[in-house]
Design a protein around this ligand. Sequence first.
Ligand code: PLP
Length: 356
Amino acid sequence: VYNFSAGPSTLPESVLLQAQQELLEWRGSGMSVMEMSHRGKHFAIIAEELESDLRSLLAIPDNYKVLFLQGGASAQFSLIPQNLLNGKTKACYIKTGAWSEKAVSDAQNYCEVVLTASSEAEHYSHVPEPATWLIDSDAAYLHYTSNETIHGVEFPDIPDSKGLPLVSDMSSNILSRPVDISQFGLIYAGTQKNMGPSGVTIVIVRDDLIGHAPKTTPSVFNYAEQAKNQSMLNTPATYNWYLVGLVLKWLQAQGGVAAIEQRNIAKAAKLYQAIDQSALYHNPVAIPYRSRMNVPFILADDGLDKAFISAAEAQGLYELKGHRSVGGMRASIYNAMPDAGVEALIAFMAEFERSH
Ligand code: PLP
């Protein structure tokens, strides 16, 4: 089947096969990765390779720490203000969909949120024009969500934060395109879309921004403490680190982030073209901001939704139902979705339109 789930989502088959082969014993260690001490010599290799592979795939400069945490990207909604406010009382946020909305709502427990821009009134169909943004120079940082997984809105470029540390939730488009890390103060992402199974949250943070969290911050959620302890202040999600490591090696074998970006551009272009040419399907997002990863679309007659989902499933096309908050359909086409999956979806959609 082809699995279009928004996350946890489809993984490269070769990664799953390798995990299966190594399930009982990892590289002659006599044990499964699941059974290894996180302080032992075998796991040390897995942890080292994980960080160095991520650093090389994203060209992460040396003055950035890379953390592998738990609690999901959602925990970061609260941990970012706790760790980065550093005595300031305000932070700027751009609202472009359901996930940035949640980030704003949690941040409000810690500081005054300056709403730099919002497309809520237009049903999150675009990114507001930068000329209209309100950036407060007294704010600790500017937060945005580079790809809105539910609304299918993606920033085409890195926004100009006018000198504020830029913070980005890249949960659903990390590793799908090259990014200049040096333009960011902090990047965070849950792993369950482009990087592996759920259970790990990556935080990439410029080292001068950390070390200022108040004493009330739990130590496992204090970036400086975790950085000092290689993200092993407590027991990490060891098996999930290993699986993320396998996905990173798969991505390297695909030619890295620049190469996968070209495939992502081609896959998304094909699917949007099929939607735009049809009389039945419609994508509500303004063209420059359409996500390459999550493609929502609605049917002209929502009475056909159920028939669409069940006919798709009968063809082996799974998890196409849109998020419950927006309805319609959504096809998530992350790095691991093969071209053939997108082709099969397009062919199915055309046939469904013809027969209905
Ligand atoms: N941010 C974005 C953009 C997401 O897509 C998601 C989950 O789908 C989250 C945050 C929340 O992630 P988690 O469920 O890991 O807390």
